[in-house]
Ligand binder design. Structure first.
Ligand code: ADP
Length: 169
């Protein structure tokens, strides 16, 4: 992580349960817009994760290897605090649909209230990924559907293995 103040650092947080091509597209595009991009892998307190935090971090690390200015870290608690602790000021998010928009708009207002020095920057999802979510991919995997279009091979294998361990296909 660079410590010079002229470096533009952005932070992209999420659960990444698991990371998919929609996430990777946002990370790739973000890595071109900023000098340094930290991907923060957190927990959603309302959902029991399919993969442990360590597993999710390991998968994200694996798939961001091609991007030299991207770093992956686990975090606990509030995303704004994580961003602050990194001394960054920009939160990067992806927007898929109108329903995402409502949720993300509310969340960015909430984050702005929690810390007015932070700005949230949104990138529109590419059309081919705009319907892709980790939740759907877990469901498709549990019914044995084709995941090749949405997941890198290493993530696909990990997801299929986890489904088998859970007694699915
Ligand atoms: P969360 O658990 O906070 O919803 P996710 O792990 O699902 O987080 O997503 C992390 C980030 O990636 C969020 O900014 C989310 O909007 C974005 N994202 C998720 N899926 C896609 C997609 N298919 N295309 C673009 N951005 C996406």
């Amino acid at each position: 992580m660079p410590n010079s103040l002229d470096q533009r650092v952005a932070v992209c947080t999420g659960t990444f349960d698991p990371v998919h091509l929609g996430h990777i597209d946002i990370i790739r595009r973000g890595s071109k817009l900023f000098d340094w991009l930290v991907v923060g892998v957190g927990d959603n307190p309302e959902k029991a994760p399919f993969f442990s935090a360590e597993e999710r971090v390991a998968l994200v690390k694996e798939v961001v290897k091609p991007f030299a200015n991207v770093e992956v870290r686990a975090f606990d608690g509030l995303a704004v605090k994580f961003v602050r602790d990194l001394k960054a000021r920009i939160m990067l998010r992806g927007l898929r649909t109108l329903s995402d928009m409502e949720y993300e708009f509310t969340m960015s207002l909430m984050n702005f209230n929690l810390d007015p020095d932070l700005e949230t920057i949104f990138l529109m999802a590419r059309e081919e990924y705009s319907h892709v979510s980790s939740t759907f991919l877990r469901q498709i995997a549990s019914f044995g559907g084709d995941l090749n279009k949405f997941l890198p091979p290493v993530v696909k294998e990990a997801l299929e293995k986890r489904i088998r361990e859970r007694g699915g296909r």
